[in-house]
Design a protein around this ligand. Sequence first.
Ligand code: PBG
Length: 332
Amino acid sequence: MKPTLAAFPATRLRRTRRTPALRDLVRENSLTPGDFIWPVFVRDGEGIEEPIASMPGVMRRSVDKVVEAAIEAHALGIPAICLFPYTDPSKRSEDCAEAWNPNNLSNTATRAIKAAVPDLAIMTDVALDPYSDTGHDGFVEDGEIVNDRTVEALVKQAISQAEAGADIIGPSDMMDGRIGAMRTALEQGGFANVLLLSYAAKYASAFYGPFRDAVGAAGALKGDKKTYQMDPANSDEAMRLIERDLSEGADMIMVKPGMPYLDICRRAKDMFGAPTFAYQVSGEYAMLAGAAQNGWVDGDRVMLESLMAFKRAGCDGVLTYFAPAAARLLNG
Ligand code: PBG
């Protein structure tokens, strides 16, 4: 719909910007704690909150501390938490069997959070990188990341997460055919109500650097992820991936990274209308938090502005390390 504007002075667009009340009245988008999924790093031990150098303000937490964080998130009105394990190198192996160990860190944390805060939604990550000795999201054979054998392992991982009580399963591996395989296995396994939030448009991005430090994959990663994650130059391909994953049984889709890919968010929402999320990833967090720490930008304001941008771009919500800090501000 093309707006018709009368000429100046009949039209003075500054009229609606004159006072806070008028600005409230015409505001097109809103941001609330209900828009956030909070990614949390889990490690072993007890009573531990260990800072991550490249992500000021973000911690690796032992399971008991993750439970405390989950209780706080729920109290702040954040609807969901997303678990990322830091797996001890001794538990990483070629066959990645730790990924479907019912007592691995992710599953242990899921059960502990469910027991303490049953109303908080728990999202888990499906990909082999925390468990492989190569740092890749799939199995490597002769230098190649193999698809079909990886999908079989990812299905086992997803089922073990559903058994532990995950509400939302987030496959972030970018293998072909994994959404359909997981949806079938979930239906057959008695988990018809478990959601799949597919990282459908995940780019091979330099913005994941601090995350790989956080989960201990930076040193391990051999080569890059360009044969499975997307080329940052592509947009049509993202639409094909999203269409494919929705048709295989994804309930919601993710665009990742976030801020440099807001055009993809908008296109995806306009084209499919499905619940659409973006991941404001570790490198985006580090840029904003680092600049704020140096006094170069106003940290609170850039945080809220960056998060509102996702809503404006058509996202229903955003995975963000800022979730608790932003929720605290928004709650006043
Ligand atoms: C891998 C995974 C990555 C992130 C989440 N899951 C990084 C990667 O692809 O190597 C990055 C998240 C972030 O940077 O905050 N399965």
